[in-house]
Each structure stands twice: as C-alpha cells, then as structure tokens.
Design a binder for this molecule. Structure first.
Ligand code: NI
Length: 188
C-alpha cells in the first residue's frame, strides 16, 4: 500500500518522533508499505513522520547512488529508535530534495561521517559508522524524526527566495505525481 505523503507546512512534520517497541501495532506492514511508498515516489529514504506516524522509524535504499558511491550499493536498511551519537569529518555540500517538499532542491552542508545507534527491523541493536551517500541519506531522514526539514538548513537568503514556493506547497498549489496530505486550511 502506498501512503500519502505529508506536505511542507503540515504541523505533524514538526513534531519530535517517539521511540517504539516491538509491539508497535502493524509494524511489519508499516515497514513494507513505507518501502513500497518510497519506491513508488522514487525516493531514496522515507521517514515515518512523512506518512503521519510520529515514531522513530525510517527506511533507506541508497542504491540509486551506487555509481557515485560504492558504499550505496545494496544499501537497503530499516532504522528504528535511531540516535546519532557523533557527527564528524569534513563538512560537504550535497544537492538534496524531499518528498514532503516537492519541486525544491538545494545544497545542504553536513558532516561526512556519523556514528549512530539504532535497532534494525528485528530489534537487534547496532552501533555503526556511516559515511558517503548512506550517511547523507540517513542524516536527511534522521532530521525528519527531529521535526527538521532540509530547507531549514538553507541560508536566510535562500529561504527568502523559496518562501513563495513553500507557501504554495503548503496550500496544495503544486504539481506532484504522488498523493500528498496538505495542511488543513484555516477556517475563516
Ligand atoms: Ni525528506
């Protein structure tokens, strides 16, 4: 099942996501549906808050980046209750986009290496270091758990330049080829 994606401006994208345990209802289906939704929308990552679940879960498949980074080959993972412990290494720019912010892309500066603690889909605990494209995708998805969107990292000037576009997205005035949930219009 392909879920609709919450659009920029939806307040549920701004909440801090909460940890889950293995009894979280329908978790297996949720994960399968999140992968299906991600592939259907040509994403390389999808975080649960984007499908209106305020829980610390995201899925990643970085394999479209395999040509530019060998580490991305077959990098298909589920991350539950993730906590970034450290970020280090050279800060690098990379052109990012987001299913919740269609039609907008832009470079975001992030440290190139992260150390993260998380559970996989079997609730096995891991502490791993990631770099290259996997780190980049993880950092973007992890931000969603903290209520942060990639455009928040833009300079004030660039934020000003995209303000109108963002307003249009939040009003549902945007061309997009997948289903989205737009913020409720205010009653007059
Ligand atoms: Ni995103």
């Amino acid at each position: 099942m392909v879920y609709p994606i919450l659009a920029y401006g939806h307040r549920n994208l701004r909440k801090i996501a909460e940890d889950i345990d293995r009894n979280y209802p329908g978790l297996e289906d949720l994960i399968a549906n999140m992968f299906e939704t991600m592939y259907e929308t040509s994403g390389v990552g999808l975080a649960a808050p984007q499908v209106n679940r305020q829980i610390r879960l995201f899925v990643v498949d970085a394999s479209p980046f395999a040509e530019e980074d060998a580490a991305a080959k077959d990098f298909k993972r589920v991350f539950i209750n993730a906590r970034i412990l450290e970020e280090y290494g050279e800060e690098k720019n990379f052109d990012e986009g987001c299913l919740s912010v269609p039609g907008i892309r832009g470079e975001v500066l992030r440290p190139s290496i992260i150390k993260m603690e998380y559970l996989d889909e079997n609730f096995e605990k891991h502490t791993d270091e990631f770099s290259g494209m996997p780190a980049r995708v993880i950092q973007h998805e992890y931000d969603h758990l903290e209520g942060i969107l990639f455009v928040d990292h833009f300079s004030n000037l660039r934020k000003m330049r995209i303000k109108k576009k963002l307003t249009n997205i939040s009003k549902g005035d945007v061309q997009v080829d997948y289903r989205m949930i737009f913020p409720k219009k205010k009653k007059r």
